[in-house]
Structures are given as C-alpha cells and as structure tokens.
Design a protein around this ligand. Sequence first.
Ligand code: GLN
Length: 518
Amino acid sequence: MSIDPTRATAAQMADALASGETTSVALTRAALERIAATDGDAEGGIHAFLHVDAEGALAQAEASDARRAAGAPLSPLDGVPVAVKDVLATTGLPTTCGSKMLEGWVPPYDATVVARLKAAGLPILGKTNMDEFAMGSSTEHSAYGPTRNPWDTTRIPGGSGGGSAAAVAAFQAPLALGTDTGGSIRQPGAVTGTVGVKPTYGAVSRYGLVAMANSLDQVGPVTRTVMDSALLQELIGGHDPLDSTSVVEPLPSLVEAAQQGATGDLTGLKVGVITELGGDGYQAGVRARFTEALDKLVAAGAEVVEVSCPSFVHALAAYYLVMPCEASSNLARFDAMRYGIRVMPESNDSPSAEAVMRATRDAGFGDEVKRRIILGTYALSSGYYDAYYGTAQKVRTLIQRDFDAAFESVDVLVSPTAPTTAFKLGEKLDDPLAMYLNDLATIPANLAGVPGMSLPAGLAEEDGLPVGFQILAPQLADDRLYRVGAALEAALEKEWGGPLLDQAPEVATLTSTEGALR
Ligand code: GLN
C-alpha cells in the first residue's frame, strides 16, 4: 500500500522510508508544495509559517537519503520533515518570536531540541507563526498577521502555537514543535483536531527557547497521532547539561506506552475527572464529547471517578501573576543594544541610551506584550511583591498539593482541554480576560510541572468544530499520557472510521504562492 506523501502519519512515513517506497526528498518536496499551495497571506490562506526554508530542508532531506543509501545509522524519524515554532533558536534561520522586536534576527546557535532534530535527520521545513513572545491563545497577537484554522479559515487556530498546530492540521507538515507555558501546545491542539503534548517540566531541554516564563515553559510535540508524539518526544527529550532545570533521570519508554495503549486495554487504570474543570462555562458540545470519551475509557476497562482539586479555581489568577513577573524580567533583555531592532527617537540628535530603549521598546513590542510587562513590573515592585507575587507562589504550592493528593488515588486526571471550540478571528481580540479564560484547564499543569496531552475527542454538534480531551499525569509519568491517549484514540477512530482530520474540509488551494515561500 503506498502512502500519501502529505496525509500519512510520521510513523507511516518512517516505514515507507525504511522499505524504500519513498525518499526524504520526495516527502520534503511534497510538504513544501503543500505549504506553497495553501499558506499564502491571501484570504483563505493558512499562514502557518513565518519563514519557509525550502533550500535547507531539501539539503537535509538529500543528506538523510544519502545516509540511508550508505547504510549509515538512522534515527526512527530520519528523513521525516518537521516544522519548528519561531520561538526556538535556529542557526541561519530567522527567529522572530512573532515580534517586530526580533525582525531579521538570525541566531548564531541552535536550541538543543533543534540540534537534536538535525542530528536525527529530520528536515526542517521552516518556522511557524505564533502570538508575540508566546503571549496569547489565538495567534492574533503575532506582529506578522494571524494564522487561520484549517477547519474554518474565519476562525483562530488557538495560540500561542497556532502556526505549528495549523501546519500539522493542514497537512503541511507531519510533525511540529511547540512550546507550552500555559497551554500553547494543548489548546491549539484542541481547536485544530491535532495531538499536542506538554512534557514534564525539565523532561525536554529549554536551551535556546526564547524564555517567556522560565518556570512554566516547556517544549513539546504537535502531531496528528499519539504515536507520532511519542516518537517525537523521545527524540527531543532527555537530559541536557545546557539547561539547569533539565531532569537527569530518563522517562519510561513513551513509544512502548503508546503501543500498549493502542491494544485498547486499560484494565486496572484509575481515571480521575477533575470536578473544577468542565462544568459551567464550557460549551455544550465540548462537554458532550468529553463525556462520550469517558465512556470509551470505561469500555476499555478503566475505572472513572470524580476528583476534586479545589485550588484549581485560583490557577488562572496565580498564572497571570507568575507569568507576567517572569516575562517582564525576561523581556528586559530587549534593550536595543544587544539583539533585534534599534529605533532612534525622533527629533533628538544625541539621544540618551534610555531614550533609545524607550523608542525601541515602544515600536518593537505589541500591546499584549506591553500589558504583561506593566503587570509584571507592578507586581514585582517593592511594597507589592509579597501581596502579589508571593501570594501567587503560595497558590502554586496549593495546586501542586492538589495534584499530589489526586494522584494518590488515581493514575491520570482528565478534563476538556479548552472551554470552547475555535472562535472567530477578532472575536476576543479586544477583551484580554476573555482571551485568558481559554487556558482555564491547561494552566494547572504548568504551575505544577506535570505533563499533559490534548487529543481530538470529536466535533461539537453546534458548530462542527474539533473538541480536545486533556490527560494529565504525575511528574515523570509522561508514559501514562501515551498509554491512555493511544487507547482513547484507537476507540474513537474506530467509531469515526478513521482520523478526525479526514473530516476536515479541504483547505483552498491558492493560485498565488506569493507569501508562502518567504
Ligand atoms: N495563552 C497563555 C498565555 O497567553 C499561554 C501561552 C503559552 O502557553 N505560551 O499566556
């Protein structure tokens, strides 16, 4: 059986490469053609990519094919193309973080995860669009224009990693990397019908990830299947001496966990439904798909109980103190002296350094970034530090204790990933609080450092758009996400007669490729 070069899963592509049925050059070229045909800025174009590196990707593909022909050692995903969120440093390729501030910046080094992709022979197709400095839930805060949701191009693809999720959902790339500080891998996964994983904090290196909030940020996979995420996380994960928070001990095998889960047997597994996540404020279709997915887990042999995590109701408030505090301090490095753009103040012949910084930061940062810098600076200022930052850190401890207590009685916790399906572009742009509420269910995992996965649970009947199912596990037990996720995926796909993305409408093929191959 021959594979479709863009619709196949990464695992299928790897098999087809191994059997000699296809080449990395053929797969990479197919992906680049698909990007050129569907990604333009024009109405209906996805705009998942900020930069496409056709030449570099094809050269990496040729090298992979040559190694295979020579019988050299190969990685499990050797030759399978991948897209990378534009917040990860890439030698020789622009890294803008979706901000004007870093327009034109080309890093002199690779993030560890990028170096690992390259060492494993995965051609890098390009850099994906994102909310500026990863702040947002819709990718509308990108300084380079929004990404559109492949299911309905008048809607948002989630954020901040909407570009990675949309690229995978639109069959432009089989694999992508995202980053998740409060939900930026999982929430875009939910609203685009893709799989997204935030690994245990420290399980994947943050070296070369432009920091938003160091204590919350994690790199993770964005794929179309649970198995593909397992393959990708195994490849990018593991200890890195360049990241001081990197976990030394290895995780249990994720691929084996996914294989075990795919048999559909969850006998003996205890699943906790989080009381505080999923009730009021969640769209009816989201709740319906979530409940049906629970039935599938029961049918697979799992026991489902309800578990209360009372402090989770304060997670959003705590996050919107901890995150802006860390972000305001991180973004202080954009001072017009060392990185990125420099804007000279008008009508001033010999401006002070401070005046140059002010003019640069005024022009370089968008409104959402400025809002968070102000929030963080205020909360950290003397006199307010204990009341805001200190209190938020205490809430964080309470949330960790809720997780600890819950995991004494259950193996995994579950909830809907996001309260609604994809909303319309523009709908929440002027209402920061409404935007923040999208991450209600994803944020607790970041505050506690535990791993989380979102996978497709079906379509909401009221709008026909994808719904995400979230699984959370204890720290370092990422394998449980893959076991449960693979079992649920197998049960649901049996009912759907195939992957959920097969039900997505075909993205308009654009006549002009201008804008896609930047
Ligand atoms: N949407 C959340 C925020 O705006 C999470 C972002 C993220 O995970 N990078 O902060």
